[in-house]
Design a protein around this ligand. Structure first.
Ligand code: ADP
Length: 577
């Protein structure tokens, strides 16, 4: 299963919504650019007037005035353009920042089951590569496109106003322009995407070959790898050649379409002049406008192309927000802390359940150890009990309310899953702890650290709670990071904890120390401990043996050992080890 990709209309309307939020800035940008473009059009118009005036005879005062007005127009254009550029840049950055924030919001509220099923790779690619690919288009492309369109339209309008008849020459190149641009834009996206994919594949093959050099050597795969590289190179070459082919049509085609305009204006204008239909000044003005069209036309084509490519990435970003939620909260509130599972079934892939009708009653405050062979479904059961996934069939309830009917923040105050993954986020130590309880005071944070036996090293930190940790900050040892995670649990204060082998990855010395921290956290809570090592099972109030997606035995350790079933066998064989 993959994450959805938005279709073109959905992506377009999402983009429209994104920009609509900044409608006012967009208007300011448009108005400023329009004014700048208008100021830029004054020059050729004045030049035309001047030519006409000189032809018919004028005073030097008139010439001076025209030149002065021209200078003012140029100055005004520069100033207007400066502010227009500035505001467009800020606008582009703001829209891009919005987009990123929106994406982070969406990603952090994605149903975990969907992320797991789709794999994190796709999601990471969308939040990195795809965001990178569109940032240029959002930051510069949209403002530039706006400028190009405004300038083009105004230049044509100005020509039509100055000399409608002469201005007709400007349209000579349009058919060629449209044909070439359409031909190119139809093929460009696919072509450049193929090129990017080809280079990604080539990079992958080469990196793999180099990183796995010993394996390649050991298995005599050298010829095979070389053939792969050659095939990837051939594809990259073909892809590059294709896009080069596209450009060899685009560049001369557009150049010709653009260059033909001033020539046509000149020739057509000269003929009109001989017929007495226009003035020399009008021909000069329109010809100058024709030269000014080149910049905006190129900009337009360039950015249309970039934006087209960016839209493909944007569709993948919008797709993330189209993932349907796996739960909708109701306003029921749990009556009590009792967690009860009834006939729980779960299938990661439809039709392949890994839990078959598991029922379990957790007495508040009890410790239940879950044991069983690897792949039996222990972790899956733990995730059901923590409300990570909605069960495919059956229910898990706390105080009579289904876990998946609780809002996520409420759910976490009831049941929390503790895994081996403990992440230290970039920020201060206090920020890291407040993830669990935004409103906690410093004293409460310190008390939580105290509870997990972490006060000592936190005190020794240069800035205490305000110490920057995470990537680039003060480096916490794995045991310290685990303690921070446990302190978060203390702040979160759920009545039931599901421990998925929480301490098994740590080195034994740290583990022993941590076990004390952990025990402090477990005090007074209901605990489901998924255990690899049976000695933790031994200490539990009850032990559940999970086998083949079912609870095959459940009861106190001594009873199960005495009963001589699966657990007794596991226990004896573990003791012999
Ligand atoms: P245990 O914790 O007892 O080792 P798990 O609950 O991890 O067992 O796994 C139970 C079964 O579910 C296994 O067959 C495993 O391959 C499968 N499974 C676990 N996680 C996933 C997943 N994310 N996607 C698909 N299958 C999974």
């Amino acid at each position: 299963m993959r994450l959805p990709v938005a279709d073109a209309p959905a992506a377009r309307s999402a983009a429209a919504r994104l920009f609509a939020r900044h409608r006012r800035t967009l208007w300011v940008v448009a108005v400023l650019h329009t004014l700048a473009a208008v100021a830029g059009l004054v020059g050729p118009w004045l030049l035309g007037r001047l030519v006409d005036a000189v032809t018919t005879g004028t005073t030097s005062a008139y010439v001076t005035t025209v030149v002065a007005v021209g200078a003012v127009a140029v100055l005004a254009q520069a100033v207007l353009r400066r502010y227009a550029q500035r505001i467009s840049m800020v606008f582009g950055e703001t829209v891009f920042a919005d987009l990123r924030e929106e994406l982070v919001d969406t990603v952090t509220s994605l149903p975990l089951s969907t992320v797991e099923r789709a794999g994190t790779g796709d999601l990471v690619a969308r939040t990195t590569n795809d965001v990178d690919r569109i940032q240029h288009a959002v930051r510069f492309g949209v403002p530039q496109l706006l400028v190009a369109v405004v300038t083009l339209v105004l230049t044509v309008v100005a020509s039509l106003v100055v000399a409608p008849l002469v201005a007709l020459a400007l349209f000579v190149g349009v058919p060629l322009l449209v044909v070439v641009a359409r031909w190119y834009l139809r093929r460009a996206s696919a072509g450049y995407q193929r090129e990017a994919a080809a280079y990604a594949a080539l990079n992958g093959t080469i990196t793999e070959s180099v990183e796995g050099a010993r394996t390649v050597d050991a298995l005599s795969l050298a010829e095979h790898r070389k053939a792969r590289v050659r095939a990837d190179l051939a594809e990259a070459f073909a892809a590059e050649r294709y896009t080069l082919g596209l450009r060899t049509v685009l560049f001369p085609g557009i150049d010709l379409a653009i260059a033909v305009a001033p020539v046509a204006a000149l020739v057509w204008g000269a003929w009109l002049l001989t017929q007495g239909q226009t003035t020399l000044g009008a021909v000069v003005a329109v010809t100058t406008y024709a030269f000014q069209l080149a910049g905006p036309v190129w900009n337009l084509i360039f950015w249309l192309d970039e934006i087209q490519v960016a839209m493909a990435s944007y569709a993948r970003i919008v797709g993330v927000s189209q993932v349907s939620t796996d739960r909708t909260a109701t306003d029921e509130t749990p009556a009590g802390d009792r967690v009860v599972a009834r006939d729980v079934e779960y299938a990661y892939r439809a039709g392949h359940p890994v839990l078959h009708g598991v029922s379990l009653d957790l007495a508040p405050g009890e410790r239940l150890a879950v044991v069983g062979p690897s792949g039996a479904g222990k972790s899956t059961l733990g995730r059901m009990l923590a409300g990570i996934h909605p069960p495919t069939a059956g229910t898990v309830r706390v105080g009579g309310v289904r876990l998946v009917d609780l809002p996520l923040t409420e759910l976490r105050r009831q049941v929390a899953l503790v895994t081996q993954e403990h992440h230290v986020f970039v920020g201060t130590l206090a920020d890291n702890l407040r993830l669990a309880d935004v409103g906690a005071s410093d004293d409460e944070l310190l008390a939580a650290l105290d509870a997990v036996d972490a006060r000592g090293w936190v005190r020794a930190l240069p800035d205490g709670l305000a110490t920057e940790v995470g990537s680039g900050g003060h480096v916490l040892t794995p045991a310290q990071a685990q303690q921070v995670a446990l302190a978060r649990l203390v702040l979160l204060d759920p009545h039931t904890l599901v421990l998925d082998e929480a301490t098994s990855l740590l080195d034994p010395r740290a583990a022993r120390h941590l076990e004390r921290s952990l025990n402090a956290v477990l005090e007074g809570r209901t605990v489901v401990a998924i255990a690899h090592r049976l000695h933790t099972a031994h200490d539990a109030d009850r032990v559940a043996v999970v086998d083949g997606g079912r609870i095959s035995e459940i009861g106190p350790h001594d009873e199960l050992v005495a009963a001589g079933g699966d657990y007794a066998r596991l226990w004896h064989s573990w003791q012999q080890e």
